[in-house]
Design a protein around this ligand. Structure first.
Ligand code: NAP
Length: 647
């Protein structure tokens, strides 16, 4: 059953609204998913008129490239359907999700493989009315009534909250350790001004806790923190979380088939036993500072974007910011307003993707549509899933016959480059110097796009802002020195220099079978099977582990839901086969990683030599998943039994 598509969909909001309100809602709507949502609600496939189908090559555009005439036609048709539903002259007749293929084709503009149907059913199915098609279909008590399943989860951010919820649903004994004093992970720790999500919230949310009333398309950090806090409350997991407590080490005891954990918290040090350990510590929380001399010698205040120091008064100060990544691009426009001068050190120019609604509130009529037209929010989510992630993947694939060097990796990639370049040409039309500095010299999608609503170019063109291209060579007591000898005087330095992302699970010590240390096994080049399991580490699973990141701007929550499902299924195997331990086979793990490495080299982020946090020190892409979201979902549905050793 699909959320909002229940046997008797709730039409009370539609009935209560005035015709003008309904019309305002369709006027505010994103149109590619609107008619499919109404077809899903009414069962009336005649609404899917070919003349209203978006052009699949223009799906990136705000209204999927629909002409003004097409848009008018869709709005009139949709408003008419809502009016008929309100008047009772049209009855809802929810379409069977098995018949969604033409609806999906309409949103996307062209047919997509039927393989997507079960995935979409899950993605659309949860949310607004509390339906959760991803609830585990088993419990510990059912499959192993004699067994306990003691699960320790490390971290209470987005991944840890979800894992705790699922394992509580399974009836496991769940304990979560969280070093901070609240849930929220990255959204708790990053307090820098301007911090917000760069994936639309209607996609960046748990599939089963969709929120039709997001206030902004891209919520600020506070709103997201509230969302995750609320989820933790609603899932009833808070009492399972031990805050201000770190797991310092985890050691596998092969004799007893358990993990022995060392805990450090307010009450001092302690030890604990667990059957299963799940690391949900995130990738982006250990600040990376430039590896240059003199950082400690700086005379003024300095801090990293993820360790924002609100006590430092930036008003009227001479500021140097190092970095032009996703975090810097968010806080620089804000701090530049306060500082006397802002000098930005740029090592690599980012590609910006124009996003006019980046800071905009969701207009009230659109919120009404999402809240009151059953399914509208979910179909909008599918549209975002396609246009911001799945549908963009082919643009990152390397065409070996394409001779684009560091410019582009295929004709399609070159097409994206032209669009992004056009944006730069427009916003820097008056500043050829900035245009040159801000034009990246690597293919689009080799690094994550940064969203921009015009704030970035406007900031760079301020009289009190300087963009300096270069690499930091040293920090001096009075400023920053670049490799070419340029000295940048500073009263305050802010490091927008990212994270030690490839140092997974730092600083926890994890010791597996036969005393193998996880970080030694990885030797600076972390690998896992499906991002989750490592050989020699029985009953130990990672979330947001190696090669589970996405470059095209999809939602990491999608991956986490898939990973948590896989981990629950691995535990099911453990219990149903009545074994003490489950561990990925080394050969299965190695074959998988060889495949992932090869495929990453065939994507823009692996083929380009540009520096990025996706690569480990060895140059191997340790972060990214090279395939589609569909493929990751499919491969995490059921454990490949042969890939695991159960003892
Ligand atoms: P980042 O993307 O790694 O950016 C770090 C910046 O610092 C880059 O411009 C980098 O240059 C520069 N840098 C590093 N060391 C340097 C040095 N020694 N000298 C000069 N420049 C140096 O880090 P981030 O901005 O914190 O973002 C990391 C990831 O977090 C993002 O990709 C995204 O996935 C996530 N994030 C998301 C959001 C959001 O959703 N809103 C916000 C922030 C972050 P190079 O490019 O040359 O390496």
């Amino acid at each position: 059953m699909v959320a909002g598509m229940a046997a008797a969909p709730d039409l009370s909001g539609i009935v209560a609204a005035t015709p003008a309100q309904r019309r305002a809602a369709v006027d505010a709507a994103y149109l590619p998913p609107l008619l499919p949502a109404l077809v899903a609600l009414t069962g009336d496939l005649t609404l899917l008129r070919d003349e209203f189908r978006p052009d699949p090559d223009l799906i990136r555009e705000e209204q999927g490239g629909l002409t003004a005439e097409q848009q008018d036609g869709i709005r009139t048709l949709a408003a008419g359907v809502l009016d008929e539903l309100a008047a009772g002259t049209r009855a809802p007749a929810p379409l069977d999700p098995d018949a969604y293929a033409p609806l999906l084709a309409h949103v996307v503009g062209a047919p997509i493989p039927d393989d997507y149907l079960p995935l979409v059913r899950e993605e659309l199915g949860g949310g607004a009315d509390g339906v959760d098609l991803r609830t585990p279909d088993w419990t510990v008590a059912e499959v192993a009534p004699e067994r306990r399943l003691r699960v320790v989860i490390v971290g209470a951010g987005m991944s840890g909250i979800l894992a705790a919820h699922r394992f509580v649903q399974l009836g496991a004994e769940v304990t979560v350790f969280e070093k901070n004093d609240d849930v929220g992970g990255t959204w708790l720790e990053n307090t820098y001004p301007g911090c917000r999500v760069d994936v639309s919230n209607h996609f960046y949310s748990y599939s089963f806790v969709q929120k039709p009333d997001w206030p902004l398309h891209f919520s600020s950090r506070d709103v997201l923190l509230d969302y995750f806090r609320q989820c933790a409350d609603d899932f009833g997991i808070r009492d399972r979380i031990r805050f201000r407590t770190e797991v310092t080490s985890a050691t596998w005891d092969d004799g007893d088939g358990v993990w022995r954990l060392a805990i450090r918290g307010e009450a001092g040090d302690a030890e604990l036993e667990a059957d299963v350990v799940i690391s949900a510590v995130g990738q982006l929380n250990q600040p990376r500072y430039p590896d240059v001399p003199g950082r400690d010698t700086f005379a003024g205040p300095s801090f990293h974007s993820a360790r924002w120091d609100p006590t430092v008064d930036l008003d009227g100060r001479r500021l140097v910011v190092i970095g032009t990544g996703a975090s810097a691009a968010q806080f620089i426009p804000v701090v530049a307003d306060r500082a006397a001068s802002t000098t930005i050190v740029q090592r690599t120019a980012p590609w910006f993707i124009p996003t006019p609604d980046y800071h905009e509130e969701v207009p009230e009529p659109l919120r009404w549509l999402f809240e009151h037209v059953p399914g509208a929010n979910q179909w909008h989510r599918f549209w975002l899933f396609w246009r911001s992630a799945e549908g963009l993947l082919p643009y990152a694939a390397v065409d070996t016959d394409w001779d684009g060097g560091e410019r582009s990796v295929s004709a399609a990639n070159e097409e994206i480059r032209a669009l992004l370049q056009m944006y730069l040409d427009v916003v820097f039309a008056e500043r050829p110097d900035l245009l040159e500095q801000c034009t990246p010299d690597y293919p689009p999608l080799a690094k994550r796009f940064i969203r921009d609503n015009g704030a970035w170019p406007a900031t760079l063109q301020r009289d009190d802002v300087d963009l300096v291209s270069g690499t930091v060579a040293a920090i001096r007591p009075d400023g920053v020195e670049l490799a070419d000898g340029t000295h940048l005087p500073a009263e305050v330095i802010i490091y927008g220099t990212g994270f030690r992302a490839s140092e997974f699970l730092t600083p926890m010590t994890v010791t597996g079978r036969d005393g193998v240390d996880l970080h030694e096994q990885w030797a600076g080049d972390a690998r896992a099977h499906l991002g989750v399991a490592m050989p020699n580490f029985p009953n130990f699973f990672a979330l947001y582990g190696p090669n589970t990141n996405i470059v095209v701007n999809g939602s990491i929550i999608f991956f986490t839901e898939a990973e948590v499902h896989l981990v629950t299924e691995l535990c099911r195997l453990l219990l149903t086969e009545d074994k003490r331990s489950i561990e990925v086979r080394a050969d299965a793990h190695d074959t998988y990683n060889a495949e992932i490495d090869e495929r990453n080299l065939a994507m823009a982020w692996g083929a380009s030599s540009v520096s990025s946090w996706y690569k480990a020190a060895s140059g191997r892409v340790a972060q990214n998943w090279p395939g589609s979201l569909l493929e990751f979902w499919q491969r995490t549905r059921e454990p490949e039994r042969d890939a695991y050793i159960l003892r």
